[in-house]
Ligand binder design. Structure first.
Ligand code: NAG
Length: 767
């Protein structure tokens, strides 16, 4: 009995502890064990780190000096009188080389780990220091015990430098930022249709011709705003010297650099430089000036293609020590191969079934070459089509299905699904965001993503999930400032899902304790970031007679303002200091709008909470049909129609974004469609313009009449339609088709002469 009691006591203690244990930390990603005593230690002067038994490597010494220099720069020029001791551990196959321990007591700071572990320990120590250090009488550190190691061995960030180029200095800064948040793989996307960015000595035209384009598309691929070309030549590439320097810098930060040389698709820049590598050589081949998928790919029939690529990879291997080389493999149209006599001959000679098998042949051949040189390949999940190369590792970007299939097949997998970890997507409603590729990926969505698909894989298969990677594609990322904006703050939840065990994640703690600390640091560095929305609210629509507005800032000294008059809030609006009750008289509705403003005057997206009391419908309400709002999907491959669950709109508001038909993932098939039916309320009889943005095709019907047709164009596009609509309810019906397996549909409406509005979750009502 006593034992049971004791067990219950321990259980209660540890459960309580699990929630509380992070309260005092400022570390991102959250350490996997963290215990604070509540005391602190004051560093009142200069420190000198001692290595136990005087054992250390040069890298370990550098790590120690990094910490020393930050402390000693900011403390008086006298001895601190505390012990700072590093204990180095020799590399061992048993222990995780990235693990570390920190013990801060009243006596001093004690750190243990192998080379990389020590480096991460110092990143944690740096994050425990107050921001805005200046020389003062002392620096305080909390007394804590930390025992930490990563959940995944692969924690990556990808950057596309082809659509827009970033200098070697920007790349180094990017890598330094990564390592501060304990990310360890930088995937450098070096070649694409819009530019070849790596010097290859044997093929100088790759950079002479391939790194330059005549002009660039301004504005979006779709026609929300006018689109035009800027008529300004654009270019840039890294010399081999610069690359060596970046790789060395990354090594010092324990970041492995994985170069990507795209093949067989996304190769327009290469074939513009060397037209003989295309199926149909022509002087018309040029470096592409807009975005999308293009048809002139590497010819898979000619031997010279393979000779060229092997030569390129030989030089790449001398520059990058990484075990893995990324060979791309995504989005390769087969239209040229279908007509190319060389490709068709190869298909025939090898007895291949089709062009997919030809692509598979291509990848396998490149893998063989790289394997023979002691390297392994990474490819996007399209490399599964037509048969996976024997040792290839897969990056699953079109949802998780590719990764699941590869893991079941015992291949290494890195999860990088576009729905959760594409940092080129919007961070808020598109009309409040700078131009981007579209879609919506919020901090909350990133944080909720679990890279291991526990329901689809056995424990044994789960071991093949090596980690997770966030991708930044740069079609619309035109400057280093915008790069930071897209990265922050999403990097924070991302680092945590990559490092911290699921059971140790704590969303309120991240948002309320650690976001403010790290965002303050960004402010002090004058680094651009997206201001997060306050904690506790989200875009939603509910039916009620009163609403209690209760929220907390997610940035230090963040001010929150709100309106109930429908206007967008700014500093002139009501300032939020404590919970506010908003009453809604019968028959009326209120749109409560909230904004958070940083001390430097930067602002978050506006959150809208629509509350209605009674049956009166506000403008643009979408009401469920008799059976609720229905989503169904058709599966193009097997020609069947399945009905999904009726979507119910609950108080918490299950939809954060636009009428989202993303989030539905077809597990096995890549082609799918979705249908949506409901009613839209039109407040005034007038002429309306409607539009939809989707990747790839959509049709919007009002009262059974086709109004908007996006066609089945590939790539995100916006299509328009117009209709005269009478005041009152109209049936709205949208169906869409998506080739990649997951997508977002956005719908807009504009009354003639008025502002365009997104038909969004805040206009969706449930009964
Ligand atoms: C995909 C493309 C990429 C593009 C991006 C935009 C992959 C693997 N391929 O269509 O070239 O820049 O998405 O989000 O992501």
């Amino acid at each position: 009995m006593k034992k049971i009691l004791l067990f219950i006591l321990i259980l209660c203690y540890s459960l309580g502890n699990a929630q509380e244990y992070l309260n005092n930390t400022t570390i991102i990603p959250a350490p996997n064990f963290h215990k604070a005593t509540g005391d602190s230690i004051a560093i009142k002067g200069q420190i000198k780190i001692v290595f136990k038994n005087n054992k250390y490597t040069l890298k370990e010494l550098k790590t120690a000096q990094l910490f020393e220099s930050v402390i000693n720069k900011n403390t008086p020029k006298k001895k601190a009188g505390i012990l700072v001791q590093f204990t180095t551990e020799p590399a061992s196959a048993k222990e995780d080389k990235e693990a570390y321990k920190i013990n801060i007591t009243k006596k001093g700071i004690f750190v243990t780990g192998q080379e990389q572990g020590l480096f991460y320990a110092v990143q944690s120590l740096l994050q425990l220091l107050p921001n805005n250090l200046t020389v003062s009488s002392q620096i305080k550190l909390p007394c804590v015990e930390i025992i930490d190691q990563p959940r995944y061995p692969y924690r990556g960030l990808h950057l596309d430098v082809c659509r827009h180029f970033f200098s070697a200095d920007v790349i180094k800064d990017f890598i330094a930022q990564m390592s501060y948040y304990k990310l360890n793989n930088f995937h450098w996307h070096l070649t694409d249709d819009q530019g070849w960015r790596i010097e290859i000595k044997k093929y100088p035209k790759l950079t002479e011709i391939g790194s330059k384009r005549a002009q660039t598309l301004v504005g979006n691929k779709f026609e929300r705003f006018p689109r035009f070309f800027d008529n300004i030549p654009y270019g840039g590439y890294y010399t081999q010297e610069e690359i060596k320097d970046v790789v060395k810098f990354a090594e010092e930060h324990f970041v492995n650099v994985i170069p990507e040389i795209e093949m067989p698709g996304h190769a327009s820049a290469a074939v513009a430089a060397y037209p003989n590598l295309a199926c149909f050589p022509s002087t018309d081949l040029k470096v592409i000036e807009s975005w999308g998928v293009f048809e002139d790919v590497f010819c898979a029939g000619k031997e010279e293609t393979f000779i060229f690529l092997e030569d390129v990879l030989k030089e790449v291997m001398t520059l990058f020590p990484s075990e893995y080389i990324h060979i791309g493999g995504d989005e390769c149209p087969k239209s040229r191969w279908e007509k190319c006599p060389n490709c068709q001959k190869r298909i025939k000679d090898l007895g291949l079934k089709n062009e997919h098998e030809l692509q598979s042949y291509f990848i396998k051949r490149m893998e063989k070459f790289l394997n023979a040189n002691g390297r392994q390949i990474f490819g996007w999940d399209e490399i599964l089509e037509g048969g996976l190369a024997p040792n290839a590792a897969v990056m699953s970007w079109r949802g998780e299905s590719g990764g699941i299939a590869a893991a079941r097949d015992k291949h290494k997998v890195v999860m990088t699904p576009e729905d959760y970890v594409y940092f080129d997507h919007n961070q808020g409603y598109s009309l409040q965001e700078p131009l981007s590729v579209g879609r919506l990926t919020t901090v909350h969505e990133v944080y909720n993503y679990n890279p291991t698909p526990v329901d689809s894989l056995t424990i044994e298969q789960q071991k093949y999930i090596h980690g997770v990677q966030a991708n930044i594609w740069s079609e619309y990322v035109t400057s280093p400032a915008k790069l930071n904006y897209m990265l922050y703050p999403r990097l924070f939840p991302f680092a945590e899902i990559a490092w911290t065990e699921t059971k140790n994640k704590n969303y309120p703690n991240l948002m309320l304790k650690r976001f403010p600390h790290h965002i303050e640091k960004l402010e002090s560095q004058k680094r651009l970031y997206k201001v997060p929305t306050p904690f506790g609210i989200q875009d939603t629509a509910i039916v009620a007679s009163k609403y209690i507005l209760e929220m907390q800032p997610t940035i230090k000294n963040g001010q929150i303002f709100y309106t109930i008059d429908g206007y967008n809030p700014d500093e002139t609006a009501s300032k939020y200091t404590k919970p506010v009750t908003v009453y809604i008289p019968k028959g009326e509705f209120r749109n409560i709008k909230v904004v958070q403003i940083s001390p430097s005057g930067r602002r978050s997206s506006i959150t809208t909470i629509s509350v209605k009391n009674s049956e009166t419908q506000p403008a643009l309400a979408i009401k469920p049909t008799k059976n609720g709002l229905k989503y169904s999907y058709t599966n193009k491959l097997v020609q069947q129609t399945l009905e999904l669950d009726t979507i119910k709109f609950t108080k918490s508001g299950i939809h954060e974004g636009v009428i989202e038909m993303k989030r539905y993932k077809s597990k096995e098939n890549l082609y799918m469609g979705l249908k949506f039916e409901g009613y839209i309320y039109i407040p005034e009889t007038a002429q309306y313009e409607l539009s939809t943005i989707v990747d790839d095709g959509a049709k919007l019907f009002i009262d059974n009449q086709l109004i908007v047709d996006n066609d089945e164009r590939h790539w995100i596009n916006e299509a328009f339609g117009a209709a005269k609509l009478e005041k009152g309810f109209h049936k709205i019906n949208i169906s869409y088709f998506d080739a990649a397996g997951s997508s977002t549909l956005q719908c807009f409406i504009r009354q003639e002469g008025k502002e365009k509005q997104e038909i969004s979750a805040s206009q969706l009502y449930y009964e």
